[in-house]
Design a protein around this ligand. Structure first.
Ligand SMILES: Cc1ncc(COP(=O)(O)O)c(C=O)c1O
Length: 350
């Protein structure tokens, strides 16, 4: 069986070696991560490291409690995972049988299709409305009627297209299957999703600490949902996929919402500036409330990305037949890093 794989761009070390520069000079505009080092985490990580000879508590009750408190839910409505990515794979295993159908609006986060392939389910694509890539609500509601699972990425990576809670409710109401809302960027739009989770017994919402909380390297996310759905995901979970250092960081971060709030405010200002600068280069910049910008660049998109990479700047390109071959996606980073991107873009543009 050949299952498609998630394709990362080359690592920072590989890029640095190819460009002949120090790895510290490489800037990742392709991962939608947050640009600042997480200094508050250093002492906590060191303290947790002193207990590395033991396994983490496999139920991860501390993360469940902290996440439940954050959203006004109960711990049995939460299940943690090693990032939203692990929870995507677990949700597919929990809710899809071979031959069943999962629907999604595409282009979207590629892991949903991979998760479906891993369990032998069919991935049904509903095309977003080019050139704005808005979500075609009627079409996804109609596909949801016949689907066993619906993936909704809200806001959507890579297009940044958003869906209102009411639109999501319409999809949830249309299907007898499970709806999985991947809300990896929820902090940027301010939608919490806890109310929807309480209202619907067939809705799972995925959250992550990788984006607004800036803990991508810790690999922690969690799913929120009806206790019966959460239990189905929990049953698929490896006993200890979240390392104890990451548990300590996640429990602390979840009790400090100001960490995410600060990042969201700072990045919103940086995004406005970056969007204006990218627009002034002649790119069509799609509307975004998140920490990345999708731009229509033209036929030379791949060549521009390759030249940037030679200078240590990595941007997200898209494969053939994705419909986004002429687009690039840029993570919004610090003001200084964004300025370096724009300066280099000016130099490499034909
Ligand atoms: C929509 C979406 N879901 C999930 C992830 C992965 O999240 P995590 O780091 O929690 O595995 C990403 C990362 O880019 C993403 O964009």
């Amino acid at each position: 069986m050949t299952v498609p794989r998630y394709k990362w761009q080359p690592t920072t070390l590989e890029i640095a070696a190819a460009a002949g520069i120090d790895p510290s000079e490489v800037v990742r505009f392709d991962h939608n991560t947050t640009p600042w080092p997480v200094n508050w985490a250093v002492e906590l990580a060191a303290a947790a490291a002193s207990r590395l000879n033991e396994y983490p508590g496999a139920s991860y009750l501390g993360i469940r409690r902290a996440a439940a408190t954050r959203h006004g839910l109960e711990p049995d409505q939460i299940v943690p995972g090693a990032g939203a990515d692990e929870l995507i794979l677990l949700a597919a295993r929990a809710f899809l049988q071979p031959g069943q159908v999962a629907a999604a609006v595409t282009p979207t986060y590629p892991l949903y299709q991979i998760a479906c392939a891993q369990v032998g389910a069919r991935f049904e694509q509903v095309a977003a409305m080019a050139p704005t890539f808005e979500i075609p609500l009627d079409a996804i509601v109609s596909a949801a009627r016949a689907a066993d699972l619906v993936w909704l990425c809200v806001p959507n990576n890579p297009t940044a297209a958003d869906m209102t809670p009411e639109a999501v409710d319409a999809v949830v109401a249309a299907t007898d299957g499970v709806v999985v809302v991947d809300a990896a960027y929820a902090e940027f739009t301010g939608t919490d999703w806890a109310e929807q989770v309480t209202q619907h017994s067939n809705l799972v919402v995925l959250r992550t600490l990788s984006k607004a909380f800036a803990l991508a390297g810790a690999r922690v996310g969690y799913a929120m949902g009806h206790p019966s759905l959460i239990d189905c995901i929990d049953a698929m979970r490896p006993p200890g996929s979240i390392a104890s250092i990451s548990v300590a960081l996640a429990e602390s971060a979840l009790q400090r919402p100001e960490l995410a709030e600060r990042a969201v405010v700072t990045l919103a200002a940086a995004r406005q500036n970056l969007a204006a600068d990218l627009g002034s280069l002649g790119f069509r910049v799609l509307p975004s409330e998140v920490n990345f910008l999708l731009c229509e660049v033209g036929a030379q998109a791949g060549a521009i990305a390759a030249q940037l990479r030679e200078r240590g700047l990595v941007v997200r390109t898209f494969p053939e037949e994705s419909g986004l071959e002429e687009y690039l996606r840029f993570t919004v980073r610090s003001r200084q890093q964004n300025d370096r991107l724009i300066t280099n873009l000016r130099e490499v543009l034909p």
